[in-house]
Design a protein around this ligand. Structure first.
Ligand SMILES: C[S@@+](CC[C@H](N)C(=O)[O-])C[C@H]1O[C@@H](n2cnc3c(N)ncnc32)[C@H](O)[C@@H]1O
Length: 383
């Protein structure tokens, strides 16, 4: 890649987002390399020895004019190129454009024309890495936010429409994964809207309480908030998470979709490891999507569910199946967690997996490393 290519503004060199699906693997990889060179440069020492300078100086691309006084040509070329990089790097428009492009690329990863899953995963990782470099000098949250509209068909006349603020992952904090809507909650929200009876949503008791764990953008809670009235059901829905920035974003999404009066969804802090005593046995239904991505999560969620779930209530848990790397075998940890454990016994009942179903990954939904979703129906059975 030439220096000249690196110094072309992203807004005029990146393949358009709308044609990412038809762009070549090569052009996407080259674009990512250019962005990496621009936004994630190697930090060179301030003073370079002559030899090192020669080794690291860019190939002459003809970019630099030759009449710059007494500065040695190699050094002059290097600093001028750096200036050009620095100016481009500092340009807020280019940065904003790049954030949107990378976020769109990650969101559409499954549609990208890559030959292998490895190449697709690498592209997603590279994009996430570049996004993470922006955490040094973030633009305002408002600038970075991306609004996504979800329209879910229902079994009756009207569709459920949800507007979500999907904030790009900053990389400043690796725990901020809840700032984006993941495939599991999108696929599950669509299923609920198509067939609410299947999930017992039409059988909820009056003034039911529904709790979503690890809600992230709160897509499932918001969907329930719009779906339930359309089938004559009513519930107070608590979208819970433990991450402050994630909860703030969830609150923004609640206001965007329901305003501030008579809102059926509330956002609340809840750590699976320490669920509040006040909520014991309060949930008439419990939901959680893409919350099992470390081995310890399943046991925390099991004990948390045992604490929150009312008798006769159901816990719908959607575990994302990723067959690569460290996530391999994660759905199995959920199955093991709900085997015979003392913590899941309550007065002659035990919390168990009642049913499970593999849900297919949908084209264009979720990240490229998602292979599908395991839906677990969990409830109290006779011990
Ligand atoms: C991969 S995201 C999924 C978000 C959302 N359910 C979705 O599918 O779009 C995992 C979520 O779990 C939350 N989380 C992780 N550990 C948690 C814990 N111990 N207690 C509560 N929430 C947690 C994260 O903050 C994040 O919002």
């Amino acid at each position: 890649m030439s220096i000249l290519t690196c110094c072309v503004p992203p807004s005029s060199s990146l393949p358009p987002v709308r044609s990412l699906r038809t762009a070549s693997e090569d052009s996407i990889t080259t674009a990512l390399h250019s962005l990496q060179a621009l936004y994630c440069p190697l930090r060179l020492p301030a003073t370079l020895s002559k030899d090192k300078e020669a080794a690291t100086a860019p190939v002459d691309s003809g970019y630099v004019s030759e009449d710059e006084g007494e500065v040695a040509p190699l050094q002059r070329r290097y600093s001028t190129t750096e200036d050009a990089f620095a100016a481009l790097r500092a340009d807020p428009y280019e940065k904003d454009f790049t954030v949107r492009w990378l976020t769109s690329l990650i969101a559409r990863a499954s549609e990208l024309p890559f030959d292998s899953e490895e190449a697709r995963e690498k592209a997603v990782d590279d994009a996430a890495f570049i996004l993470s470099s922006f955490s040094d000098s973030p633009t305002t949250e408002e600038d970075e936010a991306l609004s996504r509209d979800f329209v879910f068909q229902t079994s009756h006349d009207s569709n459920v429409t949800i507007q979500i603020n999907d904030a790009p992952l900053t990389g400043a904090d690796h725990t901020d994964v809840g700032l984006q809507s993941w495939g599991a909650s999108i696929v599950f929200s669509e299923m609920m809207c198509k067939d609410p009876e299947r999930f017992g949503l039409d059988q909820l008791p009056e003034n039911a309480t529904i709790i979503e764990l690890g809600a992230g953008t709160a897509l499932i809670s918001l969907t329930l908030g719009k779906l339930l009235p359309s089938i004559g059901a009513k519930a107070q829905i608590l979208a819970t998470d433990y991450h402050t920035a994630v909860l703030e974003n969830a609150r923004t999404n609640i206001i965007t979709n329901f305003g501030t009066d008579n809102v059926p969804v509330d956002a609340m802090l809840l750590d699976w490891a320490t669920p509040p005593p006040a909520l014991a046995a309060s949930a008439n239904m419990l939901f959680a999507a893409d919350v099992v991505y470390a081995p310890e999560h399943s046991a925390w969620l099991r004990d948390c569910a045992a604490h929150l779930l009312a008798p006769e209530a159901t816990f719908w848990l959607v575990v994302t199946v990723r067959s690569h790397g460290k996530f391999n075998g994660i759905p199995g940890t959920a199955e093991t967690a709900f085997e015979d454990f003392e913590s899941t016994r309550r007065g002659g009942k035990a919390l168990r997996i009642i049913d499970k179903e593999m849900l297919d990954k949908k084209r264009g939904v979720g990240r490229g490393d998602e292979n599908g979703y395991m839906l677990f129906k969990i409830g109290w059975v006779d011990a």
